[in-house]
Design a protein around this ligand. Structure first.
Ligand SMILES: Nc1ncnc2c1ncn2[C@@H]1O[C@H](COP(=O)(O)OP(=O)(O)OP(=O)(O)O)[C@@H](O)[C@H]1O
Length: 265
């Protein structure tokens, strides 16, 4: 399978303090990869490196081309990033913000193409934000805002989409709706998806591969049933867990055990 991203010895430090240490991995094209790991393990920092926002040590390649040789505009056409903290104080409407996703595709003099608004309309439908089109960003709920930024990223028509905890503010129905949508885009349009999630059960249901991080290192990666090993996860997260097979299919369901049940373990 051809690779969308190849990372060789990626390391990063904030003001001399190392937070990522020699990460090596490969993300196959048209796959759904989910980064998991405790708070502060380096997931967001890694996403910012992949998004081209932070420059790391080591070598990063996109579709077998060294990232340093790709222009900013081309990089933006290939990779869209939905950050963890979304800006709500833009003085723009939902529709305007989503259309901004077309900016890496603008021609000379910043002139848009005729089909830009058709693309925006389509992504607004599939992310269920059409009814919010004329609303201002600062008048939206957390979940609505999250769907608007996912729509903007899709409007970019990227080959790779990076999402940092995109389901954090979504109710159950919208969580599944967003995850199903991403899975469909992977299957129908060969989109490569890399997501950060603290929801290990969503990760197990949708991830083709999970990347488990701890203290800035990549502890394990592979299929959910391999990575979600009870001993490893209890050690990484420092809590007692129950891991069972899902009644839905061949993937695990993880339950953290509340203190009052610990005497049974
Ligand atoms: N701008 C920054 N300046 C200095 N240190 C930072 C900065 N951003 C993050 N860090 C530190 O880098 C480490 C990794 O942070 P990062 O946000 O990448 O972790 P994370 O796994 O995404 O965490 P979380 O699950 O809590 O979102 C942490 O120790 C954090 O305190």
């Amino acid at each position: 399978m051809s690779s969308a991203i190849q990372a060789e010895n990626l390391s990063y430090a904030y003001n001399g303090t190392g937070v990522l240490d020699n990460l090596c991995f490969q993300i196959p094209k048209a796959s759904f990869s989910i980064l998991i790991g405790p708070n502060g393990s380096g997931k967001t920092t890694l996403m910012k490196i992949l998004a081209g926002i932070l420059k790391s040590k080591g070598r990063l390649s996109l579709f077998n081309r060294h990232a340093a040789q790709i222009s900013r505009k081309e990089y933006a056409r290939q990779i869209a990033f939905v950050p963890q903290h979304l800006p709500a104080d833009f003085p723009f409407t939902v529709q305007e913000v989503i259309l901004m996703g077309r900016s890496p595709h603008l021609g000379i003099l910043g002139i848009g193409k005729k089909n830009d608004s058709d693309i925006a309309e389509k992504v607004m439908q599939i992310t269920d934000v059409t009814h919010l089109g004329r609303r201002r960003l600062n008048k939206l709920s957390g979940g609505e805002l999250q769907r608007v930024f996912i729509a903007r990223a899709l409007c970019q028509e990227p080959e790779i989409i990076l999402l940092d905890e995109p389901t954090a503010f979504l109710d159950l129905a919208h969580q599944i709706q967003v995850m199903d949508l991403l899975e469909k885009l992977k299957q129908d349009q060969n989109l490569t998806i890399i997501m950060v999630s603290h929801d290990i059960n969503l990760a197990a249901m949708y991830g083709d591969q999970l990347l488990l991080m701890k203290n800035g290192t990549l502890l394990d990666m592979g299929k959910p049933e391999k990575v979600l090993d009870v001993k490893t996860l209890e050690d990484v997260y420092g809590c007692v867990l129950l891991i069972n097979k899902s009644p839905l299919g061949d993937f695990p369901v993880t339950t953290p055990v509340p203190g009052r049940y610990l005497k049974h373990f």
